[in-house]
Design a protein around this ligand. Sequence first.
Ligand code: 3SL
Length: 222
Amino acid sequence: MVIDVLRATTTISWALKNGADSIQVFADLDLLKESATKWHADERLMLGERGGKKINGFDLGNSPLSVTKTVVKGKRLFMSTTNGTKSLQKVQHAKYLFAMGLPNRKAVAEKIISLQKDNVLILGSGWEGSYSLEDSLAAGALASYLETNCDFKVNIMNDELQAALALWSLWKNDILKCLKTATHGKRLTSLGDYEEDFKCCSELDCLDIVPTQVERGVIRAS
Ligand code: 3SL
């Protein structure tokens, strides 16, 4: 399970909701371009950011608001972001791999419950190797949902997730404020007007999409 609340896994979830055929994630931009050129030109889009800004020559940046039906329907999105797609690549060997933001927290949690697995590994993407408040918040939101809705006992296996749960109980009634307080929230704010992105990324349980890796690096809706 990979989380990148601001904004990669939120964008992935919305793109799939809006009918994107699939999303192929890359850490490396040259590899992305090489793979994209092999795809039919009418059925592909290159999407991504570095440091929050759209990559030159790409069709889209990383805003969940940009992946509308008109733009993404039926397309494969070749996507690379500073942290989120890197995290997805890092754990692409996992048997089950999902991407989660706050809008699809419940959908992903229900999927996890239905699989009845012993262990769930939650990877918050953070920012360039360091902790991020918003991804921990979402990890806490997921753990809280699982604790409440599983009909078996959920063990919280480390202090990071305990802390994430505490964070969730502190901020759950003001998610938007938490996102804006986070370092990456402040970074986005310094780059321009991201108000609508913040709202979109902080909306809880409004999407019924479970972005699921179907082959290494390729994500589809389930
Ligand atoms: O780091 C990432 O993967 C991005 O989601 C960051 S940004 O919100 O697009 O700047």
